[in-house]
Design a protein around this ligand. Structure first.
Ligand code: DC
Length: 230
């Protein structure tokens, strides 16, 4: 069967990664979490003191970006790709609240986006890829055969994110902090100048507020089958 490119975009914490990862596993495609790449660059900025009083030194980051190495390697236990920053596995570190609070500033910088998009295009050259993010169907793979745009109510997304953080042992975070972060990121992601989050004209919208993961997977598999058998 011919391989296609699948772009899954949408708001933060609406389950894109879970869906994309699971679909890729079922159909034997490569899965790439493009948000993890922006998170890894954010972690680099934190570790290299490029934030001063929450203000990012854009000039230094734009100069250094081409020397920052972000890559994925398959984790032999989970079978899914882990994110590496300059050779270090940062899969857990990039999910912290500190990174979540700062990533929108980093991902709004043109030099960062250009470098990440170039890497993403390279990863997708051979097709057979599921990539999730914000601009995958609009900028990275505008010719993707299957484009999905996922949405869900902010309160539901906040609860899902809170459950995830709690399950990882981060129990100090409150619902209010998480929803505030989600609302801020929605606003920044949609209003930034460089590739703002928006639905591609040819993307299929999925509001998964009241769907179980199994229902979402069935919906997604149906869309995949329609595209690959038509
Ligand atoms: O999917 P996520 O929440 O892990 O993404 C983290 C941030 O990265 C998000 O706030 C917006 C940004 N991002 C982006 O600008 N473009 C992408 N393709 C993916 C993520």
């Amino acid at each position: 069967m011919k391989k296609i490119t699948i772009a899954i975009d949408g708001f933060s914490s609406c389950g894109k990664s879970t869906m994309a990862k699971s679909l890729a596993k079922q159909i034997g495609y490569i899965y790439i979490d493009s948000g993890a790449m922006y998170r890894a660059i954010t972690l680099y900025c934190i570790e290299h003191n490029l934030f001063n009083d929450d203000q990012l030194d854009e000039a230094i980051l734009s100069k250094e970006i081409d020397n920052i190495k972000v890559e994925f390697k398959i984790n032999s236990i989970t079978g899914t790709p882990d994110t590496y920053l300059n050779g270090q596995n940062v899969e857990a570190a990039i999910r912290s609240m500190e990174v979540s609070n700062k990533v929108s500033q980093v991902s709004a910088i043109a030099a960062v986006r250009h470098a990440m998009v170039a890497l993403q295009e390279e990863m997708g050259k051979a097709k057979g890829i599921v990539m999730d993010g914000r601009d995958i169907g609009t900028v990275v793979f505008p010719d993707a055969e299957l484009k999905i745009f996922v949405t869900a109510k902010p309160e539901i997304r906040a609860q899902r994110r809170l459950d995830e953080l709690h399950s990882k042992g981060d129990t100090r975070i409150t619902f209010d902090e998480v929803i505030e972060n989600i609302r801020n990121r929605d606003h920044l992601d949609q209003t930034r100048k460089e590739s703002p989050l928006k639905k591609a004209d040819d993307a299929i919208e999925l509001d998964n507020s009241y769907m179980t993961i199994d229902e979402q997977m069935q919906w997604l598999l149906d869309k995949f089958k329609q595209k690959t058998t038509s």
